[in-house]
Write a protein of this length. Structure first.
Ligand SMILES: [Ca+2]
Length: 231
């Protein structure tokens, strides 16, 4: 029995002994498994860990499980829930191992050491966008170079039904002194559309398909798609 199989067996035994969460187990601990699951299993990804794809049964106690939480201390299964309440999911994900349901609307891209996540089925305001990205241990995307911008343009342009995405770049002093919000650092690279940035009353920024994904500054209450960046 090799180490992987052994650990997987231990893992299954640990999961099996969990009370209060019926019929829950992984079909495979193999990261190479296809995104196709056997009947009654659905595909989950381990949030914040590259390339983990696992098949799991839905929790019998939750109708339509979007996320599964494990204790990081002893690996025991804590529960699964709908991700309708982002803040409660965030609290759980900061202290527990967290698996999220993979669906066809969820895109993941790789560029260098960074990974990007985009749920094409969701638009939201900037406040929710930040929480959404934190669920992945990520931040709202910040293009730091023309190479990274070109990569994002390439991917966004081949994604249908997406025309506006928030960036994690803000103007907190309303002086066009833009910062990457997750790090608080000054933005050195920019890709503004002609005439942008515009007014001095806009905290948020976005990329817009109609201008070749060049940047605009805008209010934060608009409902846009969000690309999350994990680096
Ligand atoms: Ca970046």
């Amino acid at each position: 029995m090799n180490l992987t199989v052994y650990l997987y067996a231990v893992f299954l035994i640990a999961v099996k002994e969990i009370k209060g969460l019926k019929n829950y187990k992984f079909l495979s601990g193999n990261s190479n498994v296809d995104k196709v699951c056997a009947v009654n299993y659905r595909v989950f990804t381990k949030v914040g860990v590259s390339g983990t794809i696992e098949c799991a049964t839905e929790c019998s106690e939750t109708n339509g499980c979007d996320a599964i939480f494990f204790s990081s201390v002893n690996g025991s299964c804590i529960g699964c829930r709908k991700l309708t309440d982002l803040s409660s999911a965030l609290v759980a994900s900061t202290t527990n191992v967290f698996y999220q349901l993979v669906n066809e609307n969820f895109l993941e891209w790789h560029y260098g050491k960074s990974r990007y996540f985009l749920d094409v089925s969701k638009t939201m305001n900037y406040s929710d966008a930040k929480v959404h990205c934190q669920l992945f241990g990520a931040h709202v995307v910040v293009p730091d170079s023309q190479d990274e911008q070109n990569f994002l343009i390439d991917r966004l342009s081949s994604t249908t039904d997406v025309s506006l995405t928030f960036m994690g770049i803000i103007d907190p002093t309303f002086t066009h002194a833009f910062l990457a919000e997750h790090s608080g650092t000054t933005v050195n690279y920019a890709y503004w559309a002609p005439g942008q940035p515009a007014g001095y009353d806009r905290l948020c920024t976005s990329m817009y398909l109609g201008h070749g994904w060049k940047w605009h500054n805008n209010d934060c209450y608009y409902s846009y798609h969000v690309v999350c960046e994990y680096e």
